[in-house]
Design a protein around this ligand. Sequence first.
Ligand code: ATP
Ligand code: MG
Length: 389
Amino acid sequence: MDIPISKVAERLNLEEDVLKNAIERRVITLCKYRDKRYLVFKKKVRHVERGTVLFLNERMDVVMGYPKIRRALVLDPTVKKYFIDQVVVEEKLNGYNVRVVNIDNEILGITRGGRICPFTTKKVLKLLNTDILKDHPKITLCGEMIGLNNPYVPHYYPEVDREIYRDESTVIRENLGLYIFDIREGDRSLPVEERNKLLEEYNVPYVKPLGVFNKEEIEEIKSTVVKLDRENREGIVMKDPSMLVDPIKYTTHYTHCQDLAVAFRYTFDLGIHFMFSRLIREGFQSYEFNEGEKEMERRALSIGKSIIYPMVESIKEVARGELITEDFELYFDSEEDVEEFLRYLKEVHISYVVKEREVLKNRIFRVIIGKVYPSTRDKIKSYLGGSLW
Ligand code: ATP
Ligand code: MG
């Protein structure tokens, strides 16, 4: 496959045998984006995180995988036990993780799994002042791409409504934004204040702290969670101001229900994988928030509805002979960009159908892509046809 094994092994501090073996098992794969060839770690190999990318360029640039953020099931005593002194509470945005880097003077958007995504890469150029990466080429900007019009996690955020075209008769809007939450160099994160200062200097949008608390101030942290829940937002990520310990996360009832609703719409594709963890989170949350009979009943009802309504809806859809898809409305600048992205989806083995495709004013290309969930359709169809469980 033309991979300089010994050089790569040395660069990552891995033994050659370990590297060769991982390549044979396809845990490490060789990918291409335009003229760039790069290796992707699909799983953790020794100390090298999942999602790590190694570019096969002159310098063999490495972009580390974004580390997992562990979860608190109860805030008390977890926060007190875990943090050193102060805790920065940030909003947890519900989108997809993007690492933005400068490789040989080209700005690239890398997904959590370690692929250079052509959609993301092009949007990054519109959403960020990339001078920051020209002046500091060694840093990785880590952020959350959010909004309705992205191909991975479509979730509406009012603050990222952008007008992309307007004349007397038409307005075209795209709901998409990128908020940076971490600046990394190697495997080190910049302290929160330093991060914010640098981002402000370049006018780069970032996740703003909801508050800085003493680690004993759990009630205040709980209040921010209650408020976010009411506003239908995902949750919080808590960080040490100097980033000396890893961040931890905590999410809202609203999000758990949302997740269940999505999971049960695609019953046999996502249901099993999502259900148990969300229910456990709800159990601990109900306990920690000291719920009485009425509040618990309300929680139980909304959990139940999130499960049963979307599932029945899917069964009805299959019964009517419809395809179960998750639809993404995306805006592109050219026909080539659309084609490049569709090729990319094939490469990463996402099956899809193109549901709508039109050219709007100012040569804006609007596409609706339906991601296909095959197991859900096939299994529902088979049970409806009389198959036994
Ligand atoms: P993980 O492996 O980290 O648990 P996951 O796929 O289960 O990831 P999430 O439950 O969404 O993902 O939680 C972690 C992710 O949250 C981060 O990878 C990041 O993309 C996202 N995120 C959103 N807002 C923030 C923030 N303010 N700080 C850190 N991460 C954030
Ligand atoms: Mg997420």
